[in-house]
Design a binder for this molecule. Structure first.
Ligand code: G3P
Length: 223
């Protein structure tokens, strides 16, 4: 399973990129507005830093505007994926951008039907928002289950990119269902790395090593 970071924070992206955990990045207007500063500069930096796909979202809601913005965003780098909202105009733009060899990620997907249409339009990625469905009492992961099955049935090229992830259990469930990608807020990725028993175990190992050194001072120990 590929792991993308759902963030526009350069510090966090650098941190997890240096560990080797970032297969790609997804941004959106909300994430960019949280950072302040010039969004164009931030988007450019992310595209330069990360080698994998970087989703940059259009603001326009009608076809012509989406096309113009999509073409402009694609100039940031070869790894740019243009993020397009799931609307009728959006689907039209996805098809035309594909004709122009520009990859797209269809965002704000809340049903398997929307995912199916985005895949048919030629999207490279479809992004169901599972956390927001959970928030209103629906089961977000059901959309992932159905979408993965539909894409397998028809061998669609589009990859299922699980978005609006809120906690590590979402990641396990998405992985068990065979979703291609999860895009994670940095704090969720951080939580996946740590476990209290790992910390306790490590502290005990170090304590015992210290004791060994104290009781056998003549033994050559590396540390
Ligand atoms: O990529 C955007 C998506 O992940 C949104 O997440 O937490 O705002 O529902 P959230």
């Amino acid at each position: 399973m590929k792991i993308f970071l759902d963030s526009a924070n350069l510090g966090q992206i650098r941190k997890y990129h240096d560990i080797g955990l970032v297969d790609g990045v997804t941004t959106n207007p909300t994430l960019l507005s949280k950072e302040g500063g010039d969004p164009q500069e931030i988007m450019g930096e992310i595209v330069r830093l990360v080698h994998g796909p970087v989703s940059l979202e259009v603001i326009s809601t009608e076809y012509e505007g989406m096309m113009q913005e999509g073409r402009n965003l694609s100039r940031f780098g070869k790894n740019v994926v243009v993020k397009i909202p799931m609307t009728a105009d959006g689907l039209k733009a996805v098809r035309q951008l594909k004709n122009e060899e520009i990859k797209t990620n269809v965002t704000l997907i809340f049903s398997p039907n929307q995912a199916l249409l985005a895949a048919k339009a030629g999207a490279s990625f479809v992004s169901p928002f599972i956390g927001r469905l959970d928030d209103i009492g629906e089961i977000g992961m059901d959309v992932i289950r159905d979408t993965v099955e539909i894409f397998r049935n028809y061998k669609y090229e589009a990859e299922v990119l699980v978005a609006s992830v809120r906690h590590p259990l979402h990641v396990i469930d998405a992985a068990k269902l065979g979703a291609h990608i999860v895009t994670l807020p940095p704090d969720v990725l951080g939580k996946m790395i740590t476990h209290p028993l790992t910390d306790i175990g490590l502290a005990r190992f170090l304590e015992d090593w210290k004791k060994l050194k104290q009781t056998n001072p003549k033994i050559a120990l590396t540390t």
